[in-house]
Design a protein around this ligand. Sequence first.
Ligand code: MIG
Length: 798
Amino acid sequence: MILNTELEYKGNLFPTNIISYSKDVDILHFTTENNIILQLTVLRDSVLRFRYTTVGKFDKDFSYAIDKDASRGYNHLEISEEKDNYLVTTAKLICEIHKTDLRISIYDANDKSVICEDELGFHWEESYHLGGDIVKMSKASQTGESFYGLGDKPQHINLKGRRFENWATDSYAFGKDTDPIYKAIPFYTGLHNGKSYGIFFDNSFRTYFDFCHERRNVTSFWAQGGEMNYYFIYGPKMQDVVTSYTDLTGTPELPPLWALGYHQCKWSYYPENKVKEITSKFRELKIPCDAIYLDIDYMEGFRCFTWSKDYFPDPKRMVKELADDGFKTVVIIDPGIKIDKEYSVFKEGLEKDYFCKRADGPYMKGKVWPGECYFPDFTRREVREWWAGLFKELIEDIGVKGVWNDMNEPAVMDVPGKTFPPDVRHDYDGNPCSHQKAHNIYGMQMARATYHGVKRFNYPKRPFVITRSAYSGTQRYTSTWMGDNVASWEHLQIANIQAQRLALSGFSFAGSDIGGFAEQPNGELYARWIQLGTFHPFCRTHSSGDHGDQEPWAFDEDITDVVRKFIEIRYQLLPYLYTAFYQYTHENVPILKSLVLFDQEDPQTHYRTDEFVYGNQILVCPINEPNSKGRRMYIPRGEWYNFWTQELVVGGRETWVDSDLDDMPVFVKAGAVIPKYPIQQYVGEKTFDEVTLDVYYKNGKEDSELYEDANDGYDYTKGRYSLMKFNLAGNEEKLVIRIHKRGQYITSYSNFKINLIGLPFEVTSIKVDNEEVDLKDLKFNNNSLVLTKEFTNLQIIA
Ligand code: MIG
């Protein structure tokens, strides 16, 4: 049924009626009279995969995005045939396949409501320009539907009414609404009638998404080649959609704890004594910092895996001295290898035939920082192996702790399109193809090879990698930053949106260049940006360096104090962030939660961009404007405590929050138990005997967790971790906390200092593990007490 004659005129082709159907366990095939095949795979009760071919057979099934450990299995599967449809029923979904035109309708198995329905459904156009098909899908958008996701788009959190392109692009000083930028993450979630679902279009070609922009009630997505191959993921909770997508595309291993500290970067710190001057200043001013970055100038003529003899005559000694002072050194590595017959990496790459070539044979040559370069084909296993091996000296011998992959979109200077021409060939792990297909995954495969190298030579310590470009699944190997933003108030807001958007696109370990990369912030903007960065999983100041200094002390002393105050809070909250990281890596839960993800049933959250929940229980809202003494913000439903004043506020409404420059709006969920470490100048600086638990009273129940391990290394994978679950229950005359412990790691501290916040009654007695203990023995004072970490039950009684 072709409804739109204009589309038909454009050369769109459509499936006709189904003439055969077959089933092989959980894989179904439907073939139409015009020989279109739909392959429908039931992965889970709530996850269905749809693949279409127009040529009578499917290519080898291969994806860089899908995690090999993705869960599979369903509780219920039933297939039936009706007069007009085939019906696939699982425990969560009913999927209808229409016999006349292969269109799909998906319903909630419980209440039979429509979740997602094809409009034109699958159709395609033969591409005269590029060859192959342009594969297309269109779906009817439901009334009041909203859309979220798509990676790093610097636009409103709700994608409705907008149209996007995914094509990894070096985007210096991108702006609000610039599209595309560095990453290609073709995954979105839809939300209507209180129910949420997701679509992951696993196609690495240039893809497009339209959310009711071209036609008001239609959502569509299409690609310039490859297969129509998408996953439908049902919630109905958006959190479940995001965790299922994250399960499908994978999570990283736990980072070393130091990687969650504060990082300082600039283009570039050199020579050695400048680096030392910066690191010493951190210690002198007592501003915590764990990592210092070297940008491209540390190399000899920008040749990867070399060091400038003039600037860094003895890198091993320098890296050791920095390490002795608590600084981990992170260095940049770009994909372009300088064409230089004297340069060993180039020679080896050439001899072994590891560089990308054009369709007619010559090497892919392009200008980047080192001048004319060749580029490794990271889509070949041997090339990734070789690349990983190149890190031996840097990591094992010199002692570098982390690697920063830049320019991997891949970026090429002074050419149209700023990247490889479309004819460049790639192996694509045994599925040879052109750059049209490999472009969006090139950076991912580079970061993957880098990760394996850093991991191999840093073992048994954990690796740290950061990448600029990414495709779905890249989060398995690396952290990421948002690329070359600008020192403006608008960009502070963009950074906030991007971090939230990446988190709900499966990529939690992300942060912006604090203060802005291009141009220069004033002290106020820098301080406000540090405040936001404090609550991002990755926290690094970076700047292009040609507009003056951007260190915490580069402004006036008041600003330095605000910066210190917030970085100290970050270090105090490290166990809270690490626990959220554990929940991300082990339970696929995003570390940042946009308000819509936090409470989708409250329609007030659907267009909220500034407020977000950090971990599970801390609500944050940055100040986005100069000269602010506070701002209006939306407090989600439930009860919250102001982090600074401990005042209780009831949510479900917008309110004014005071917030001078040394403050920002931060709230803690009632009932939360928030763990805190003492302030350290770097992770592991101190051994401490006491960990603080801030307990926020609630009349009702709330659960919290605290995950800890050795902060580095792999013992945690053998059970040597400590996971404590706190069940809090309060009423008018009592507050009870029960602890459940799991894991065999013995934390090195002995006591908890417990701060009881918001207690509505005066404490008369306290029971520990059901025995009354003298308040003096607990050093009870001002609703604070100290007790051994071994307790399992604490009762605070009026
Ligand atoms: O063409 O290495 O986004 O973080 O400092 C610029 C120099 C290359 C771009 C990165 C930026 C980095 C810069 N790089």
